[in-house]
Design a binder for this molecule. Sequence first.
Ligand SMILES: NC(=O)c1ccc[n+]([C@@H]2O[C@H](COP(=O)([O-])OP(=O)(O)OC[C@H]3O[C@@H](n4cnc5c(N)ncnc54)[C@H](OP(=O)(O)O)[C@@H]3O)[C@@H](O)[C@H]2O)c1
Length: 247
Amino acid sequence: MVNKNKILLKPVALVTGASSFLGRAITLKLAERGFDLALLFQNSREKTKRLSVELERHGAKTLLVKADLRESKNAAAVIQEVVKSFKRLDVLINNASLFYPTPLAKGKASQWREIFEVNLISPYFLARAAAPWLKKNTGCVINLSDIYGENPRLKNHSAYCVSKAGLNAMTRVLAGELGPEIRVNSVSPGAIFIPNKFSQKRRRELIDRSVLKRQGKPGDISEAVFFLASNNFITGQNLNVDGGRFF
Ligand SMILES: NC(=O)c1ccc[n+]([C@@H]2O[C@H](COP(=O)([O-])OP(=O)(O)OC[C@H]3O[C@@H](n4cnc5c(N)ncnc54)[C@H](OP(=O)(O)O)[C@@H]3O)[C@@H](O)[C@H]2O)c1
């Protein structure tokens, strides 16, 4: 028997940190490629509302979901809200993150805890709660990691680097646990956003560390995310999109 729902319903992606620098590019790419979108935010309600208007112009249905991912116990409720509205979930994109310095001499245990909750533990519990739904559509999970997960040499950012190293390991753990129905991969951006406070000299030095000697664009990341969402024979992989910074 033909399942009418499968024909009529568009695939649905949940993107955490949806209105962030890269989240926005990812949601726009997915909307252009025919997805409906659940947009998770914590503080950026207005920004996320504006993004949702833009996505709807691209033909996507959207749902705004507010949650604090410092509390991983919120993960199950988030997934419930999404499937209550869309009746399906095809792709989970763990993009939200906390990024700030935790210098060796001054970093606090509370900072380590909140960075781990948002960058590592909530993504795990979101994936676990989403799994039964992803399974129905042989869906996937994509984690936004960082090149500093594999090469943790970002001075004063130990908690962030370790959280992303953990996320890389978790990508492989979940690929094994959730296969064969669900694929799990990660994308590790290099220099995409360079803070405005960086001098021209420091900016150039950073860019020159990569083989391609140019700054990446948000579209380079969203294209990689879409590639991993659509290629059905890749799982357990971390894709560095860094202009050849580390290889
Ligand atoms: N940008 C880059 O160049 C770069 C490079 C390497 C890796 N990455 C990775 O790519 C991803 C996106 O980076 P980005 O620069 O676009 O992010 P960003 O602009 O720093 O934004 C962070 C996002 O995380 C969300 N967030 C933070 N704490 C949260 C919490 N407790 N609960 C729910 N959401 C929370 C924020 O939501 P609200 O605004 O709603 O509070 C925000 O949307 C991250 O995983 C990052 O580590 C980025």
